[in-house]
Design a protein around this ligand. Structure first.
Ligand code: FES
Ligand SMILES: [Fe+2]
Length: 421
């Protein structure tokens, strides 16, 4: 959590050999839209080219390295380097070089550099700097099913809403991975939020959320805490009867498309961490995509986006935005509590000589992995340990999952056919 050498090893052994999330295809609406992002320390351009294809370029001019795009986002047919004026199109091809006669006659123009691999799953775009990495679906393992559960919640395709939450935390990046599916801290850390919700609803039953909820190992270091629809009652402000029935009707249409087992699962909640640094949380009537960018052992930057069904009516949409702000926002009623918790952990690690370890053994004594335990974190750390030390830890026995968590889409719709659309 504090060591510069460990941080350097994480960069080389984890981040240089993983698939890393850069953005969602729906953020790039028109041809030639682009956004600049830093992924594992590298400045990248996330773009849609003139023909509509999603592209990722290194945001550095192949002449002498100046940063090509310095705006967070924009739309441009041509990207011109401000240093000496080399110009590229969004397909990465060099289109003009000032005073080109100064080069030898056989000089070949250099195009933009790119990460070794770029691929997407259900609109989630990932890059890898390792040319030999396994393909993206293999890497994602069981996480694909949970990406399907969030991506299927629209009849016209889920879209990322305009705008990004950006904040930083003076803490080690791994603390936010742990926190993003820590079911144990809800009642103590987020007391104020629960008070607000209790006041709005009259009363809430906190135990309803964890009954039948499970921590699930998805393979590859990915894990999720998933709950049944009962957990929904815990979060968000009350909806009007009209909004409730609009939501119910939409879910009824989903039943016809996907079958009951899948839609029952969709109606529950899920907090997932895709190893190493992508968080997808479907809770409080909204889907949050959160990307953690480690900067130094004691500092991280966080970006968060909201994935929503565009066909939704005004009240449901307003409620969604309200939740995004009041619960998830950097100035909301939950995220600042978490930031404070993580920053105090980091400050206290100054006493690591006296207290060298954190404890994440909660729930190790039983194969029934509840959301209030720490099995999901041990799954993540098992992969971390393997990549950093080369040693694979033995798997922890896990009780068979209830049928609810095994529900599949009706046979007409497989992951592949949906992906192909
Ligand atoms: S560094 Fe970009 S044109 Fe020279
Ligand atoms: Fe929290």
């Amino acid at each position: 959590m504090t060591d510069q050498d460990v941080f350097a090893a994480e960069r080389e052994q984890i981040f240089d050999h993983s698939w890393l999330y850069i953005g969602h295809e729906t953020e790039l609406v028109k041809p030639n839209d682009y956004a600049t992002r830093t992924v594992a320390g590298r400045p990248l351009i996330f773009a849609r080219d003139a023909k509509g294809k999603t592209r990722v370029w290194v945001n550095s001019c192949p002449h002498r390295g100046a940063m090509l795009c310095r705006d967070p986002k924009g739309n441009a047919r041509f990207l011109t380097c401000f240093y000496h004026g080399w110009t590229f199109n969004t397909s990465g091809e060099p289109v003009s070089i000032p005073s080109e006669e100064g080069y030898s006659p056989d000089f070949e123009r250099i195009g933009l550099a790119a990460p070794a691999k770029v691929d997407s799953y259900r609109g989630f775009v990932f890059v890898s700097f390792d040319p030999d990495i396994v393909d993206l679906p293999t890497y994602l393992a069981g996480a694909t099913e949970y990406l399907d559960l969030v991506s299927d919640q629209s009849e016209v395709g889920m879209r990322v809403l305009p705008g990004t939450h950006e904040y930083s935390v003076k803490a080690n990046w791994k603390l936010l991975a742990e926190n993003s599916y820590d079911g144990y801290h809800l009642v103590s850390t987020h007391q104020r939020y629960l008070e607000m919700i209790t006041a709005a609803h009259g009363k809430i039953d906190v135990s309803a959320g964890s009954a039948g909820a499970r921590a699930i190992n998805l393979g590859g270091g990915h894990a999720v805490i998933a709950a049944t629809p009962a957990s929904g009652a815990l979060f968000g402000r009350p909806l009007s009867e009209a909004a409730k029935s609009e939501k119910a009707e939409r879910f009824q249409r989903f039943r016809e498309m996907y079958g009951d087992a899948w839609v029952d699962r969709m109606g529950g909640s899920r907090n997932m961490v895709i190893f190493p640094n992508l968080v997808v949380i479907d809770l409080v009537m909204g889907v949050v995509i959160r990307r953690i960018e480690p900067v130094s052992p004691d500092y991280m930057e966080v970006s968060a986006w909201h994935l929503a069904p565009p066909e939704e009516g005004e009240e449901l949409h307003k409620q969604r935005l309200d939740n995004f702000l009041t619960f998830w926002g950097p100035g909301g009623l939950a995220s600042p509590d978490d930031v404070e918790a993580l920053e105090t952990c980091q400050r206290s690690y100054a006493a690591r000589g006296e207290l060298p370890w954190s404890d994440i053994s909660r729930g190790m004594h039983t194969p029934l992995k509840s959301v209030g335990g720490e099995y999901q974190m041990r799954t993540w750390w098992g992969r971390w340990h393997e990549l950093i030390t080369g040693e694979a830890l033995p798997e922890e026995p896990q009780a068979p999952l209830e049928d609810f968590f095994a529900g599949q889409r009706s046979p007409k719709q497989t992951s592949e056919t949906v992906q192909a659309k």
